[in-house]
Design a protein around this ligand. Structure first.
Ligand SMILES: Nc1ncnc2c1ncn2[C@@H]1O[C@H](COP(=O)(O)OP(=O)(O)O)[C@@H](O)[C@H]1O
Ligand SMILES: [Mg+2]
Length: 194
């Protein structure tokens, strides 16, 4: 456990908490527009999204997921299974999800359709903070580090894109050899490529 990471995590979690729901939704709409303009998104047939937990004020992915499904792309969403993230094919946002591990909406057991992460063309990654090299700070479980490592081994061409608010960007995060950076970061103001 890194005390330095813990302190940064707490700071950025509380900064994000100050955003109103309206601000979250407005910024998330801008982020959605920039995400949908990426060639990686355009070309992706299967997109793995995180599902935002509303109370955490994460960049909201509900509209992104619904619109991606409307575009005819396959959407995968995470199911936490022990220390691993597994992905499930989501067909309908409104009816198939219910709060699961950590209170994050996950597909209900009846709607679980497991798909290996290597079948996704693009992974959309949440974060508490991101830095100018693409490194990210999560909630401290290392879930996305393990996932991105596995994904890059099984599907080297797969792209990862972090979604964050401009206020979540720091110059340099403390990292260990296990931290995996994202390829692209989208904020409400810009797209950063690493
Ligand atoms: N590929 C991996 N294999 C095993 N453990 C990992 C791996 N990646 C990260 N971890 C572990 O997960 C824990 C949390 O990682 P950390 O980077 O602090 O969290 P987060 O990325 O969620 O902010 C650490 O103990 C780290 O060693
Ligand atoms: Mg990490």
């Amino acid at each position: 456990m890194s005390a330095e990471k813990t302190a940064i995590r707490e700071k950025y979690k509380s900064l994000r908490k100050r955003l109103s729901r309206e601000e979250v939704l407005a910024k998330s709409r801008r982020i959605k527009k920039l995400l949908f303009e990426l060639p990686e998104f355009d070309q992706a047939k299967t997109v793995a999204f995180y599902v935002a937990k509303r109370e955490s004020h994460e960049v909201e992915t509900e509209e992104m997921i619904k619109e991606t499904l409307k575009l005819g792309k396959r959407v995968l969403v995470p199911v936490v299974d022990g220390v691993k993230i597994l992905f499930s094919d989501l067909r309908d946002y409104d009816s198939e999800l219910a709060p699961g591990t950590f209170g994050v909406p996950e597909p209900k057991p009846l709607f679980r359709r497991p798909v290996p992460v290597s079948e996704s063309d693009l992974i959309v990654v949440p974060g508490v903070a991101f830095d100018c090299r693409g490194y990210r700070l999560g909630y401290g479980g290392g879930y996305y580090d393990r996932l991105l490592r596995e994904a890059s081994l099984t599907r080297p061409s797969l792209s990862s894109v972090g979604l964050g608010y401009e206020l979540q960007i720091v110059e340099k995060l403390p990292v260990t050899a296990e931290d995996v950076p994202v390829d692209i970061l989208v904020t409400e103001k810009r797209v950063l490529r690493f």
